[in-house]
Design a protein around this ligand. Structure first.
Ligand SMILES: Nc1ncnc2c1ncn2[C@@H]1O[C@H](COP(=O)(O)OP(=O)(O)OP(=O)(O)O)[C@@H](O)[C@H]1O
Length: 529
């Protein structure tokens, strides 16, 4: 295990140096925990001084945290997708009501044209986040920080003092059972120049196996810089067939893709048989694939596989170890990259223009370059294409050595102007025709309208008089109906009256008759007696 990990501080007390800054940071954490949101924290300072470590210690104070290497997320969309939502909703992990820390490492690593809104995205996250944010950066004066700094509480993390490093190294030597010359420990502390990571790495490299640290070891180490360390690793991979040794040699504090470049560069210097060289390069290519996958997915566990291929894979590609001295060289790729920086910038600029205009990716645009080179051989086509993409002189030079002749440019410009004039004229004519059409349409519309009205009017009048007649008729009918109804009612009434009188008469007669009958019967009964 790397000692930088083994001895990584787990709380503020274990972080050495920067006492005043630690207090400020602790106060910031306290405020958040008491429910008082604070501005985002920006820790700026040199490498290996504990910025990321501090961020992780802060993270322990919150319920959860999300960590992103800002320089890996150059796209606005990616940053917003990964952090944007988490920042604006409280529940980016589990507990809804608790604050979670957002760590954005290396915010100054978001680069120029590749930025694609990365800095803007960070600004948006700072503005909208309801969670605490800690950012780290190396370069206080980085342009990338210009817009970020004013929105943050900036804390400068300084180099760790030699005395503090010295004390920590001594403690580690005791824990690791290393017999250390105090003078050597001090020299190591001083030589690390405030970089705690470097001090720990050097101590581990020298003393982990030998369990000793002497001044003579340091003289050896002090001559070594990272590049020398890389050469040691590469030499070990190419010279050895011992898996352990090779694996150990690749444990160095260096970008593994850089180590891969160095190995690839030196394979043919050490290996002699074509079969060995072929196999070794197959291993390099496998390793490269894994690095690519790690980069794309940001899952850096793939690095492990990559190291297997570029270390053990390349080491075991040879039949036997070579007993010879080989002068190793640095990776040509990098010196080449340095030399071709301008060319690459030109290429990327052209690709970007093309990509934007014809909606393809930059790499597809670059893959069209050979065809453009052929097309650019023709002066007229060269002019047309460069005008279409808005290429400047340097960009045109990328595709043809000769400048486009002035006479061609003049003629083409004239043709272009004529074409433009023609188009303008045609446009004017079209506009006029359109206007005319509109007028004509309006006229015919008006005509149709009046025709319609004139046709409609008599009809309406007829209908109106019909309606009047009908209303009158209905009125008459109604009256008729009413009078007949009245008649009927009257008739019925008189009939009833008649009937009533008749009944009354009948009744009277009946009563009379009854009386007579009664009289008769009374007489009868008298007779009967
Ligand atoms: N102040 C410190 N106290 C104790 N250990 C430290 C301190 N600073 C760094 N270290 C050790 O160095 C290692 C690397 O430190 P860290 O990654 O925090 O540095 P950094 O400032 O973030 O560097 P970089 O800018 O390169 O990311 C830690 O794992 C830890 O072991």
């Amino acid at each position: 295990m790397r000692w930088t990990e083994k001895y990584r501080p787990k709380n503020f007390d274990e972080i050495i140096g920067n006492g005043k800054q630690k207090k400020e940071i602790e106060a910031w954490v306290k405020e958040w925990k008491e429910g008082n949101p604070q501005p985002c924290l920006l820790l700026v300072g040199p490498a290996g001084t504990g910025k990321t470590t501090i961020a992780h210690v802060i993270a322990r104070e919150f319920s959860d945290f999300i960590e992103l290497n800002a320089s890996d997320k150059r796209s606005y969309d990616i940053i917003m997708n990964t952090v944007g939502q988490s920042a604006t909703t409280k529940s980016f992990f589990t507990n809804d009501n608790e604050y979670k820390l957002i760590i954005l490492d290396e915010v100054d690593g978001i680069h120029g044209t590749d930025d694609r809104g990365g800095t803007r995205a960070i600004g948006k996250i700072i503005k909208e986040s309801i969670h605490p944010i800690v950012m780290t950066a190396n370069d206080f004066y980085s342009k990338r920080l210009t817009s970020i700094k004013p929105k943050c509480k900036v804390i400068k993390i300084g180099k760790v003092h030699t005395n503090s490093i010295n004390a920590l190294l001594k403690r580690i030597c005791v824990k690791e059972g290393i017999e250390a010359d105090p003078e050597a420990v001090r020299a190591l502390a001083k030589g690390s120049n405030g970089d705690m990571r470097s001090a720990l790495n050097t101590l581990q490299v020298i003393a982990e196996e030998t369990k000793k640290l002497e001044m003579s070891d340091l003289e050896l180490v002090s001559q070594k810089d990272n590049t020398n360390n890389i050469f040691d690793s590469v030499r070990r991979v190419l010279k050895s067939k011992s898996i352990d040794k090779v694996k150990n040699s690749l444990r160095l504090d260096e970008d593994p893709t850089l180590v891969l470049e160095y190995i690839a560069e030196n394979i043919p210097r050490e290996y002699e048989k074509p079969k060995e060289i072929k196999k070794a390069y197959e291993m390099v290519s496998e390793a490269d694939l894994y690095f690519g996958r790690a980069r794309q997915t940001r899952n850096y566990t793939y690095w492990r596989y990559a190291s297997e291929f570029m270390g053990v894979g390349v080491a075991l590609s040879k039949d036997d170890t070579y007993k010879k001295f080989t002068r190793l060289t640095g990776a040509m790729a990098f010196s080449l990259m340095g030399r071709t920086k301008g060319k690459r910038a030109l290429r990327d600029g052209i690709a970007e223009k093309m990509a934007e205009k014809i909606h393809v990716s930059n790499s597809v645009a670059i893959s069209m370059f050979p065809y453009l080179e052929i097309m650019f051989e023709n002066d007229d086509v060269a002019y047309d294409i460069s005008t279409f993409f808005d290429f400047d002189e340097d960009e045109i030079k990328r595709f043809r050595k000769r400048k486009i002749p002035k006479s061609v440019i003049k003629r083409k410009e004239k043709e272009r102007q004529e074409e433009l004039d023609k188009r303008k004229e045609k446009q004017n004519q079209d506009d006029l025709a359109k206007e005319k059409n509109i007028k004509l349409n309006n006229n015919s519309l008006n005509q149709e309208e009046s025709l319609f009205t004139s046709n409609l009017e008599p009809n309406i009048k007829n209908k109106e008089s019909n309606l009047k007649l009908e209303t009158e008729k209905t009125k008459e009918n109604k009256e008729e109906l009413n009078s007949s109804k009245k008649d009927r009612i009257n008739k019925n009434k008189s009939k009833k009256e008649e009937e009533t009188t008749k009944t009354d008469d009948d009744k009277e007669n009946n009563i009379k008759k009854d009386k007579e009958i009664k009289k008769d019967s009374a007489q009868k009964s008298l007779f009967n007696f």
